[in-house]
Write a protein that binds this ligand. Sequence first.
Ligand SMILES: Nc1ncnc2c1ncn2[C@@H]1O[C@H](COP(=O)(O)OP(=O)(O)O)[C@@H](O)[C@H]1O
Ligand SMILES: [Mg+2]
Length: 258
Amino acid sequence: MTLLAVNELSKYFGGVKAVDGVSFGVDHGEIVGLIGPNGAGKTTCFNLISGLLTPTRGSVSLLGHSLGGLAPYYRSRRGLARTFQNIQLFGGMDVLENVLTGCHQRQEIGAFRALWPGRGVRRAETRAEERARELLALVGLAERADFPADALAYGEQRRLEIARALAQEPRLLMLDEPAAGLNSRETEDLMTLLQELRERGITLLIIEHDMTLIMGLCHRVVVLDHGQVIAAGPPSEIRRDPRVIEAYLGREEDDGDL
Ligand SMILES: Nc1ncnc2c1ncn2[C@@H]1O[C@H](COP(=O)(O)OP(=O)(O)O)[C@@H](O)[C@H]1O
Ligand SMILES: [Mg+2]
């Protein structure tokens, strides 16, 4: 069953065709990799799918419903959550509070509290906090709940961002370079976590340069270059595809070797 459908999606910045007629689908339960050299248009695709950018043309739909014109918040209500290439946390807040900002339930409590303060609201808050603590345990940060987010090590911040995205209870979790800056041990732990998420029914779309992660986890890989899809298929085929090898080897600034 198709969860996400991206159809002829394009984004032009002046003369730069950052994303140029990109189409691909993600089925429910799949782990799909979105790869390509720096500047290929991967992050722009995520920004279009999550609603941070408006496409020049093309469409995105989730479970057959168009997301066109919907602001990011409403897309997240429909089941999309994402993390950012440059980690975006609330540095001054503690770790638990960061996860709570992802809870829709919690966001609604804020409004209800003003109108009907009372036991029902407190119960909902307790539930949200329990859930947030479960998610912290899942990503291995249970012991860090009371730390300020900006006191965490880099790899921990990446995992916190994933926990906050999971608090939105997404159907599709989109990760923009989750292994960037991680050492090989941390990358292995991340792969275990992502596998676990998939077993819990979360579909994953992952931008990543780490080919061990992409080849080890993904059912299917979509390759972008110059804003266009140049190849798509299972990892074993992608790594042998001459167009893909050329796209990577043709760029000296890129270290992503297949
Ligand atoms: N807000 C923007 N304004 C102008 N150009 C942009 C903007 N965002 C991205 N670009 C350009 O679009 C292209 C694709 O960028 P990006 O999607 O970040 O690539 P990737 O994530 O694959 O490295 C690049 O040439 C980049 O400079
Ligand atoms: Mg990027």
